[in-house]
Design a protein around this ligand. Structure first.
Ligand SMILES: Cc1ncc(COP(=O)(O)O)c(C=O)c1O
Length: 430
């Protein structure tokens, strides 16, 4: 069912109103770039979002990842309601914190100790601080195209061809202790690492760069080299944690880092992030020597949501992960076939339940290919899909959730054809 075009008129007029008082009309810049206009979510259930005009959209943005159980999983909603009934208790010590830590330690191979914060970016900041405290060193290796949140100290080298800050206004000095290498380049890592390095931080599966699985041996070699040089190996599993598998990419690829950062899917849609690691590496924070601060850290509502979400994932993992990956595999094939039918050059990469579309490149195996992809055209394609009632992330990323079903997939594949055809009709298809 395609949305009423009035939806987009309503979205545009909301945007005009919002722009008057709300910077960029949104609360996170990428949301403001949605084409033809950022849809205004009035309510959501399962895999669907409705706007105020009553138009329904199949949602594969999934909150930019967190909504692994969809928009209204009863386990999470009930847990949150029950928690609200007990009073907010913001910044209190409460039992849920230890319960969640126990679940995380049970599920993630790297986790012997946890520290909670409210977002992935905060968790990265804390992880690097702990790594520096644990080693007494400062330098950190970061890889091109890996995104580790928006803090000045790591928000660099995100886009191909730009090793500098990710945005205007950053303190260029904040990232001075980073050494930037190509993701997957084990030789460069071997040549770089020495006893000056506190940590190597990486996305074990490069979802942000283009949905790349790690090259053979890369994670194992990073493990060996960091051990050899006494540096902390940090996996940024903010996307892959609880999405790729119950044990994250570290379980899938059989390499256990010293420390991992998680967020997004662990909270089932509520704001939370965590640093987890071995007893040894977490000692500075576990002992109270290192300051881990934050008014909203461990807030009872987010903790309750995360307990409910992880408990559900633990109970259903043997069927849930194959289910969401299977749906994503159908979208992968559907996208490729629809592009071929419409004569559009593109790449579709998939890792688990994440599918990346990039127009203009016939294959995308690494960041050099990502640099050649036509992301403005990909965003226009996402705009045409939205007109057909399907929401993906504008840079071409799709997440399936446990709430999507076969009907959603069939509707989406029909929408792919219509969107590719619209691109071809406007002469904008690569
Ligand atoms: C791999 C990775 N790390 C860290 C972050 C930052 O997380 P947050 O947006 O919750 O601050 C993100 C966000 O997309 C991410 O993809």
């Amino acid at each position: 069912m395609t949305p009423d075009p009035a939806s987009f008129d309503a979205a545009k007029s909301y945007r005009e109103r919002a722009l008057k008082t709300l910077s960029y009309g949104v609360s996170s810049t990428p949301r403001g770039r949605q084409q033809p206009a950022p849809i205004v979510a009035d309510r959501a259930a399962g895999a669907h979002i409705w706007d105020r005009t009553g138009s329904r959209f199949i949602d594969y943005a999934a909150g930019y990842g967190p909504l692994i159980l969809g928009h209204s999983p009863s386990c999470v909603i009930d847990a949150v309601k029950a928690e609200l009934d007990r009073g907010l208790r913001t910044a209190s010590v409460h039992e849920g914190e230890a319960t969640l830590a126990e679940l995380v330690c049970e599920t993630l191979p790297a986790a012997q100790k946890c520290a909670f914060v409210s977002s992935g970016s905060e968790a990265i900041q804390l992880a690097l601080r702990i790594a520096r405290a644990a080693t007494g060193r400062t330098k950190v290796v970061k890889f091109r195209g890996n995104y580790h949140g928006w803090m000045d100290g790591v928000h660099v080298a995100g886009a191909p061809g730009n090793d500098g800050p990710g945005t205007i206004g950053q303190d260029p000095g904040a990232a001075a202790s980073l050494t930037i290498l190509d993701w997957g380049d084990t030789n460069a890592l071997a040549e770089t690492l020495n006893s000056d390095y506190a940590a190597v931080i990486l996305e074990p599966v490069a979802v942000n760069g283009g949905c790349f699985a790690p090259p053979n041996g890369f994670l194992a070699e990073a493990r060996r080299l960091t051990k050899q040089h006494g540096a902390v190996l940090i996996f940024d599993e903010v996307i892959t944690g609880y999405r790729l598998a119950l044990g994250g990419a570290q379980a899938v690829h059989g390499v256990t880092p010293d420390m991992a950062v998680i967020g997004k899917a662990m909270g089932g849609g509520l704001p939370i992030g965590a640093v987890v690691g071995s007893d040894a590496v977490m000692e500075p924070v576990s002992s109270g020597r290192l300051l881990h601060r934050g008014t909203f850290n461990g807030n009872p509502v987010s903790i309750a949501a995360a307990i409910a979400c992880i408990s559900h994932l633990m109970e259903h993992a043997p069927t849930l992960y194959p289910y969401i990956d299977g749906l994503a595999a159908q979208l992968e094939t559907g996208l490729r076939d629809a592009a071929a039918r419409n004569g559009t050059v593109c790449t579709v990469n998939r890792t688990g339940s994440a599918v990346q579309l990039a127009l203009g490149v016939a294959e995308m195996r690494g960041l050099a290919d990502t640099a050649r992809a036509d992301f403005p055209a990909t965003a226009r394609f996402a705009g045409h899909l939205l007109r057909e009632g399907v929401q993906i992330i504008g840079r071409g990323l799709t997440y399936t959730t446990a709430a999507h079903d076969a009907g959603d997939i069939a509707e989406t594949i029909t929408a792919y054809d219509a969107a590719f055809k619209a691109m071809a009709d406007e002469g904008g298809a690569p």
